[in-house]
Design a protein around this ligand. Structure first.
Ligand SMILES: Cc1cc2nc3c(=O)[nH]c(=O)nc-3n(C[C@H](O)[C@H](O)[C@H](O)COP(=O)(O)O)c2cc1C
Length: 212
Protein backbone atom coordinates (compact mmCIF):
# COMPACT_ATOMS: atom_id res chain seq x y z
CA UNK A 1 0.00 0.00 0.00
CA UNK A 2 1.25 3.48 -0.85
CA UNK A 3 1.56 5.65 2.22
CA UNK A 4 0.13 9.14 2.46
CA UNK A 5 3.68 10.51 2.82
CA UNK A 6 4.82 8.89 -0.42
CA UNK A 7 1.79 10.41 -2.15
CA UNK A 8 2.63 13.83 -0.72
CA UNK A 9 6.13 13.42 -2.11
CA UNK A 10 4.64 12.38 -5.47
CA UNK A 11 2.41 15.43 -5.73
CA UNK A 12 3.81 18.72 -7.02
CA UNK A 13 2.47 21.97 -8.34
CA UNK A 14 1.88 20.57 -11.82
CA UNK A 15 2.92 22.96 -14.56
CA UNK A 16 1.71 21.01 -17.59
CA UNK A 17 -1.45 18.93 -17.65
CA UNK A 18 -2.42 16.37 -20.28
CA UNK A 19 -5.47 18.04 -21.84
CA UNK A 20 -6.67 14.64 -23.13
CA UNK A 21 -7.04 13.10 -19.66
CA UNK A 22 -9.96 13.80 -17.33
CA UNK A 23 -10.36 13.06 -13.64
CA UNK A 24 -12.98 10.30 -13.31
CA UNK A 25 -16.26 11.18 -11.62
CA UNK A 26 -15.74 8.98 -8.54
CA UNK A 27 -12.31 10.43 -7.79
CA UNK A 28 -13.58 13.98 -8.29
CA UNK A 29 -16.50 13.34 -5.94
CA UNK A 30 -14.18 12.04 -3.21
CA UNK A 31 -11.94 15.09 -3.53
CA UNK A 32 -14.99 17.38 -3.32
CA UNK A 33 -16.25 15.47 -0.28
CA UNK A 34 -12.89 15.90 1.45
CA UNK A 35 -13.18 19.63 0.82
CA UNK A 36 -16.75 19.69 2.15
CA UNK A 37 -15.61 17.89 5.32
CA UNK A 38 -12.92 20.48 6.04
CA UNK A 39 -13.20 21.90 9.56
CA UNK A 40 -13.68 25.66 9.81
CA UNK A 41 -13.72 28.18 12.63
CA UNK A 42 -17.03 27.91 14.52
CA UNK A 43 -18.13 25.51 11.77
CA UNK A 44 -19.21 28.44 9.58
CA UNK A 45 -17.83 27.08 6.30
CA UNK A 46 -17.60 30.70 5.12
CA UNK A 47 -16.82 29.90 1.50
CA UNK A 48 -18.20 28.06 -1.49
CA UNK A 49 -16.58 25.89 -4.09
CA UNK A 50 -17.16 26.18 -7.83
CA UNK A 51 -16.18 23.33 -10.13
CA UNK A 52 -15.62 24.87 -13.53
CA UNK A 53 -15.48 22.64 -16.59
CA UNK A 54 -16.87 25.14 -19.13
CA UNK A 55 -14.11 25.68 -21.71
CA UNK A 56 -15.12 29.24 -22.60
CA UNK A 57 -15.14 30.37 -18.98
CA UNK A 58 -11.82 28.67 -18.29
CA UNK A 59 -10.26 30.44 -21.30
CA UNK A 60 -11.45 33.75 -19.85
CA UNK A 61 -10.03 32.85 -16.43
CA UNK A 62 -6.71 31.87 -18.00
CA UNK A 63 -6.54 35.32 -19.64
CA UNK A 64 -6.71 36.94 -16.19
CA UNK A 65 -4.64 34.16 -14.61
CA UNK A 66 -1.18 35.02 -15.84
CA UNK A 67 -1.97 32.93 -18.96
CA UNK A 68 -1.28 29.79 -16.93
CA UNK A 69 -2.03 26.85 -19.23
CA UNK A 70 -3.02 24.57 -16.34
CA UNK A 71 -6.30 26.53 -16.07
CA UNK A 72 -7.48 25.30 -19.47
CA UNK A 73 -5.53 22.02 -19.81
CA UNK A 74 -6.65 20.39 -16.57
CA UNK A 75 -10.03 18.67 -16.72
CA UNK A 76 -11.59 20.56 -13.80
CA UNK A 77 -10.95 23.95 -12.24
CA UNK A 78 -11.82 24.40 -8.57
CA UNK A 79 -12.50 27.98 -7.49
CA UNK A 80 -12.57 28.64 -3.75
CA UNK A 81 -14.81 31.65 -3.20
CA UNK A 82 -15.00 33.17 0.28
CA UNK A 83 -17.97 35.04 1.73
CA UNK A 84 -17.44 38.76 1.07
CA UNK A 85 -18.74 39.40 4.59
CA UNK A 86 -19.79 37.33 7.61
CA UNK A 87 -23.29 38.70 8.05
CA UNK A 88 -25.74 37.85 10.86
CA UNK A 89 -27.87 36.02 8.26
CA UNK A 90 -24.97 33.77 7.30
CA UNK A 91 -24.01 33.09 10.92
CA UNK A 92 -27.59 32.34 11.90
CA UNK A 93 -28.06 30.01 8.96
CA UNK A 94 -25.15 27.82 10.10
CA UNK A 95 -26.24 27.82 13.74
CA UNK A 96 -29.81 26.98 12.69
CA UNK A 97 -28.48 24.17 10.48
CA UNK A 98 -26.58 22.75 13.45
CA UNK A 99 -29.75 22.75 15.55
CA UNK A 100 -31.70 21.15 12.72
CA UNK A 101 -29.11 18.42 12.03
CA UNK A 102 -28.58 17.60 15.69
CA UNK A 103 -32.26 17.85 16.52
CA UNK A 104 -31.96 19.93 19.66
CA UNK A 105 -31.13 23.43 20.87
CA UNK A 106 -28.73 24.12 23.65
CA UNK A 107 -28.29 27.14 25.90
CA UNK A 108 -24.48 27.14 25.67
CA UNK A 109 -24.63 26.91 21.88
CA UNK A 110 -27.16 29.77 21.68
CA UNK A 111 -24.96 31.91 23.97
CA UNK A 112 -22.03 31.18 21.66
CA UNK A 113 -24.17 32.25 18.66
CA UNK A 114 -24.74 35.64 20.32
CA UNK A 115 -21.06 35.97 21.17
CA UNK A 116 -20.03 35.23 17.59
CA UNK A 117 -22.67 37.62 16.18
CA UNK A 118 -21.10 40.29 18.40
CA UNK A 119 -17.58 39.49 17.20
CA UNK A 120 -18.33 39.51 13.47
CA UNK A 121 -20.65 42.52 13.87
CA UNK A 122 -17.81 44.55 15.38
CA UNK A 123 -15.48 43.81 12.46
CA UNK A 124 -15.35 45.56 9.08
CA UNK A 125 -16.62 43.79 5.97
CA UNK A 126 -13.02 43.46 4.75
CA UNK A 127 -11.89 41.93 8.06
CA UNK A 128 -14.70 39.42 7.84
CA UNK A 129 -13.76 38.58 4.26
CA UNK A 130 -10.11 38.06 5.27
CA UNK A 131 -11.25 35.76 8.06
CA UNK A 132 -13.43 33.81 5.61
CA UNK A 133 -10.55 33.60 3.13
CA UNK A 134 -8.34 32.00 5.78
CA UNK A 135 -10.92 29.27 6.21
CA UNK A 136 -10.98 28.70 2.44
CA UNK A 137 -7.23 28.04 2.60
CA UNK A 138 -7.81 25.22 5.08
CA UNK A 139 -10.04 23.64 2.45
CA UNK A 140 -7.31 24.23 -0.13
CA UNK A 141 -5.07 22.01 2.01
CA UNK A 142 -7.75 19.32 2.10
CA UNK A 143 -8.10 19.52 -1.67
CA UNK A 144 -4.38 19.09 -2.29
CA UNK A 145 -4.04 16.16 0.09
CA UNK A 146 -7.19 14.47 -1.18
CA UNK A 147 -6.08 14.89 -4.80
CA UNK A 148 -2.70 13.32 -4.00
CA UNK A 149 -4.46 10.49 -2.17
CA UNK A 150 -6.51 9.85 -5.33
CA UNK A 151 -3.38 10.01 -7.56
CA UNK A 152 -4.79 13.15 -9.17
CA UNK A 153 -2.57 16.09 -10.02
CA UNK A 154 -3.43 19.52 -8.68
CA UNK A 155 -1.87 22.98 -8.70
CA UNK A 156 -2.70 25.51 -6.00
CA UNK A 157 -2.90 28.93 -7.67
CA UNK A 158 -3.01 32.49 -6.46
CA UNK A 159 -1.64 33.82 -9.71
CA UNK A 160 -4.81 35.42 -11.04
CA UNK A 161 -6.78 38.64 -10.76
CA UNK A 162 -9.50 37.84 -8.21
CA UNK A 163 -11.76 40.78 -9.15
CA UNK A 164 -11.66 39.69 -12.81
CA UNK A 165 -12.46 36.07 -11.91
CA UNK A 166 -15.34 37.30 -9.73
CA UNK A 167 -16.66 39.18 -12.76
CA UNK A 168 -16.32 36.16 -15.08
CA UNK A 169 -18.11 33.82 -12.67
CA UNK A 170 -20.69 36.33 -11.40
CA UNK A 171 -19.48 35.94 -7.82
CA UNK A 172 -20.26 39.50 -6.70
CA UNK A 173 -23.98 38.87 -7.12
CA UNK A 174 -23.59 35.89 -4.77
CA UNK A 175 -21.64 38.00 -2.24
CA UNK A 176 -18.57 35.86 -2.82
CA UNK A 177 -14.95 36.68 -3.70
CA UNK A 178 -12.52 34.26 -5.35
CA UNK A 179 -9.49 33.47 -3.20
CA UNK A 180 -7.55 30.59 -4.68
CA UNK A 181 -8.01 28.22 -7.63
CA UNK A 182 -6.93 24.62 -8.24
CA UNK A 183 -6.83 22.89 -11.62
CA UNK A 184 -7.27 19.12 -11.28
CA UNK A 185 -6.13 16.61 -13.87
CA UNK A 186 -3.17 14.51 -14.90
CA UNK A 187 0.42 15.60 -15.55
CA UNK A 188 1.56 15.57 -19.18
CA UNK A 189 4.20 12.98 -20.01
CA UNK A 190 6.38 15.69 -21.58
CA UNK A 191 6.97 19.40 -21.26
CA UNK A 192 6.73 19.97 -17.50
CA UNK A 193 9.92 21.65 -16.26
CA UNK A 194 9.12 20.87 -12.63
CA UNK A 195 8.16 17.21 -12.70
CA UNK A 196 11.67 15.75 -12.32
CA UNK A 197 13.11 18.39 -10.00
CA UNK A 198 13.65 17.53 -6.35
CA UNK A 199 11.04 18.72 -3.88
CA UNK A 200 12.42 21.58 -1.78
CA UNK A 201 11.41 21.88 1.87
CA UNK A 202 13.27 23.13 4.94
CA UNK A 203 14.75 20.30 6.97
CA UNK A 204 12.89 18.96 9.99
CA UNK A 205 15.45 20.66 12.29
CA UNK A 206 14.88 24.00 10.61
CA UNK A 207 11.15 23.66 10.66
CA UNK A 208 9.96 21.87 13.78
CA UNK A 209 10.71 22.88 17.35
CA UNK A 210 9.82 20.40 20.04
CA UNK A 211 8.82 22.19 23.22
CA UNK A 212 8.96 19.54 25.94
C1 LIG B 1 -1.47 29.48 -2.11
C2 LIG B 1 -0.58 29.03 -3.23
C3 LIG B 1 -0.55 29.73 -4.43
C4 LIG B 1 0.22 29.27 -5.50
N1 LIG B 1 0.13 29.89 -6.73
C5 LIG B 1 0.69 29.27 -7.82
C6 LIG B 1 0.42 29.73 -9.13
O1 LIG B 1 -0.31 30.69 -9.36
N2 LIG B 1 0.97 29.04 -10.16
C7 LIG B 1 1.77 27.94 -9.99
O2 LIG B 1 2.20 27.34 -10.98
N3 LIG B 1 2.05 27.50 -8.74
C8 LIG B 1 1.53 28.12 -7.66
N4 LIG B 1 1.78 27.64 -6.40
C9 LIG B 1 2.65 26.46 -6.25
C10 LIG B 1 3.85 26.67 -5.31
O3 LIG B 1 4.84 27.41 -5.94
C11 LIG B 1 4.33 25.29 -4.88
O4 LIG B 1 3.27 24.62 -4.23
C12 LIG B 1 5.53 25.33 -3.94
O5 LIG B 1 6.64 25.87 -4.63
C13 LIG B 1 5.87 23.94 -3.41
O6 LIG B 1 6.13 23.04 -4.44
P1 LIG B 1 5.29 21.70 -4.69
O7 LIG B 1 3.82 22.07 -4.57
O8 LIG B 1 5.63 21.32 -6.09
O9 LIG B 1 5.69 20.71 -3.68
C14 LIG B 1 1.04 28.12 -5.33
C15 LIG B 1 1.00 27.42 -4.10
C16 LIG B 1 0.20 27.85 -3.08
C17 LIG B 1 0.13 27.01 -1.81
Amino acid sequence: MTSLISKLNWRYATKKFDAAKAVPHDKLERILEAIRLTPTSSGLQPFELLVVTNAELRAKIRAVGWDQAQITDASHLLVFAAWDDITPERVNKMFDLTNEVRGFTNEGWEAYRQKLLGIVGARSKEENFQSAAKQAYIALGSALIAAAFEDVDATPMEGFDPAAVDEILGLKAKNLRSVVIVPLGYRATEGDWLVDLKKVRRSRENFITEVK
